[in-house]
Ligand binder design. Structure first.
Ligand code: ADP
Length: 389
């Protein structure tokens, strides 16, 4: 009599609970991620939101998203209530079944009144452990949904394949783009077409071109974020696809338009690429990047927390943190992508003079649309629609 009830409570109901609650859990997680993204975006973009008087609209967007998350959470709670109430219903049904069986046995002259009472009490107690199984399942629905989102991310295929037997190029002495063509997606137009150039030693190469000409794409290919559709990129004559990306990142450093500061101290920010660097090494890098006096003028010096301070650093000071950071990492190649775009002419010249001094022994690629940024380069490659002009 009790067997079907056990099967129902410990197997059928948990399985049904999982299959019926899966989409509810997913929906809740999706809405939760949505509201988190919206709040993060609003915090990061608060200046633009205020300047463009977008605050009220943004708040109502967050309200709408909150409504959606409340609905999703309500659905999940309802499901949890139903799933946890169902087993109780079947336990009572089991008791009725026991009494029904006892009545039948009594009618056949085999009645056992004490046995019936004991069995009825035991059935209730023994079901309590199977109850928790259903509880666990409903509590896990959200975790299943969160895990599913993580697995989706993990299953995402990388755009490039790591080499099976990586070859180490040693110190980078030369770089070559040989007839390289590339487009970001098959439908999109070609970004680079048959691009060829090479550089070596401690040359300082400028890459100039209008916005959208494909300049930054060159450094993304050099760091193997993507592989070219055609042609080859060679480092010391070795195809880039045979070199482990980890080694590429170690040997090539990028200084972008703006230096990202982490929520640590100034010293930690400078030592981002080499956390084990000593305080003396950090100070030496800051001195050479022309940042030491500024740091010493801060009340906390090198231990000034950047969380509160980062907005008070000028564009030039942030870039100097970036220069010191790259210097400490000591790569073979430095790529600078519009390094002075946020600076005026005077500060641009100062920064470029610093770069010239501190990276004198490195191969430097400077990407810019401004002729003034590239004036100190040994040679300039002019890009137009993905081709050398
Ligand atoms: P530049 O640095 O010269 O301004 P980019 O190399 O950044 O130009 O971009 C060249 C072209 O490729 C642009 O038209 C840009 O919109 C497009 N592009 C850049 N990144 C991506 C991407 N991740 N996916 C699709 N298109 C992209």
């Amino acid at each position: 009599v009790l067997l079907p009830v056990y099967v129902l409570i410990s197997i059928v109901i948990p399985l049904l609970a999982i299959s019926s609650g899966r989409s509810l859990g997913m929906r809740y997680r999706r809405e939760l991620a949505g509201v988190k993204t919206q709040i993060l975006e609003s915090v990061y973009g608060i200046r633009d939101i205020q300047i463009f008087s977008y605050g009220a609209e943004r708040l109502s967007e967050i309200d709408r998203q909150n409504d959606r998350i409340n609905k999703a959470s309500h659905g999940l709670l309802m499901h949890r209530q139903i799933v946890s109430t169902l087993p109780t219903f079947f336990v009572y049904a089991a008791r009725v079944l026991i009494i029904w069986a006892a009545v039948r046995l009594t009618a056949q002259g085999q009645g056992q009144p004490i046995g019936t009472v004991v069995l009825s009490a035991m059935a209730g107690a023994s079901f309590s452990s199977t109850f928790s199984l259903t509880q666990v399942v409903t509590n896990l629905l959200e975790a299943f949904a969160a895990a599913e989102r993580l697995f989706l991310l993990e299953d995402e295929k990388s755009k490039v394949a790591e080499p099976r037997d990586p070859v180490s190029p040693g110190k980078i002495r030369s770089l070559e783009f040989r007839d390289v063509s590339f487009s970001y997606d098959s439908q999109g137009g070609s970004i680079l077409s048959g691009l060829s150039f090479s550089c070596e030693g401690s040359e300082r190469i400028g890459i100039q071109g209008e916005s959208g000409a494909g300049k930054s794409t060159i450094f993304r290919l050099l760091l193997r974020f993507w592989d070219p559709d055609d042609g080859e990129i060679l480092i010391n004559g070795i195809p880039i696809s045979s070199i482990a990306t980890e080694e590429l990142y170690r040997r090539i450093a990028v200084l972008e338009q703006d230096t990202f500061l982490i929520d640590g101290t100034l010293a930690e920010n400078i030592a981002l690429g080499r956390p084990e660097a000593s305080r003396e090494e950090i100070m030496e890098a800051a001195k050479r990047a022309g940042l030491h006096e500024f740091i010493m003028s801060l009340p906390g010096g090198y231990d000034t927390p950047m969380g509160q301070m980062s907005q008070r650093l000028s564009g030039g000071e942030r870039q100097r943190v970036g220069i010191a950071r790259v210097m400490l990492k000591d790569p073979d190649v430095v790529i600078m992508d519009e390094p002075t775009s946020s600076l005026d002419v005077l500060h641009e010249k100062e920064l470029l003079d610093t770069v010239k001094k501190v990276y004198a022994d490195k191969l430097v690629l400077i990407i810019s649309h401004r002729a003034s940024t590239l004036s100190g380069c040994d040679r300039t490659i002019r890009l137009e629609k993905g081709r050398i002009r």
